[in-house]
Design a protein around this ligand. Sequence first.
Ligand SMILES: [Zn+2]
Ligand SMILES: [Zn+2]
Length: 130
Amino acid sequence: MGRESGAICNNCGVRFAVREGGGFLFHLLHCDGCGAERSIGFEEIGEPHLRYLKGLNVPYAMATAEHDRRVQEHYPGEPISEEKYHRIVEDLCGECDCAGGFRFDAPPRCPECRSADYRKDPDGQEIFYD
Ligand SMILES: [Zn+2]
Ligand SMILES: [Zn+2]
C-alpha cells in the first residue's frame, strides 16, 4: 500500500522523495500546512483502530488478515466508520510545528518551497515498502 517515489518540484526544480500511503502497521499523514510527514502506528492508535477493523467486512491487509478476522469476530467494542476513524487519528497526530494539522488527504510537498505541484522523477526509483 505504501510507496516511495522520486519527484521533481515544478516550482523550484528540487528533487525529493515522496512517500504516500501507509504500511501494514502504521498510517502516513501529511501536514495540510507545510507537507511534513507524520507516521502513526496502529499500536499507538489502540482502541479506535480495533473499532475501525471491526467495522470493515474485509481484512485491512492480506498480511494481517488473520489478526483482522479475530478482531472482527471477538472485539467487544462498537465499530466506527472510516470517516470517524480518520478524524480520531488526525486528532491523535496533534499539531505540526507550523501550526497546521496532519491529514489523510493532505498532499506531500516540496521540502524547499512547500509547493504541492510536482512531477514524477523519470530517473527516480520507486520503492514499495510493504
Ligand atoms: Zn519546490
Ligand atoms: Zn506543518
